[in-house]
Design a protein. Structure first.
Length: 98
């Protein structure tokens, strides 16, 4: 299959879906769907983070970093502090041999 054909087929599948999503941007949704959509970012974040933390051979260190990061972000509401604190906790756990 030629690369140009693959690109055209990918466009044919992707473009209409994105166009439809943009057209629905101003639609009024029922309260059920508004409440449901509030949890999408949290669910996506969890789906990205949990396999990386628990699916690794060094899961204990990563878990220490993730918990420290979550606690700092919850406490300070500062993303930069959470990221830096999580990295610091991960490296401290690594140095200490956890």
């Amino acid at each position: 299959m030629s690369p140009l054909l693959v690109i055209v087929l990918m466009w044919a599948v992707t473009y209409p879906v994105r166009w439809l999503g943009l057209q629905l941007g101003g639609a009024a949704l029922p309260p059920f769907w508004l409440a449901f959509l509030r949890f999408v970012p949290v669910s996506v974040f969890a789906a990205l983070v949990v396999p990386e933390v628990l699916g690794s051979p060094e899961w204990a260190r990563r878990l220490v970093g993730a918990l420290a990061s979550a606690a700092l972000m919850w406490r300070t509401r500062n993303l930069a502090a959470g990221i830096l604190g999580g990295f610091a906790a991960y490296w401290a756990a690594r140095v200490l041999g956890v």
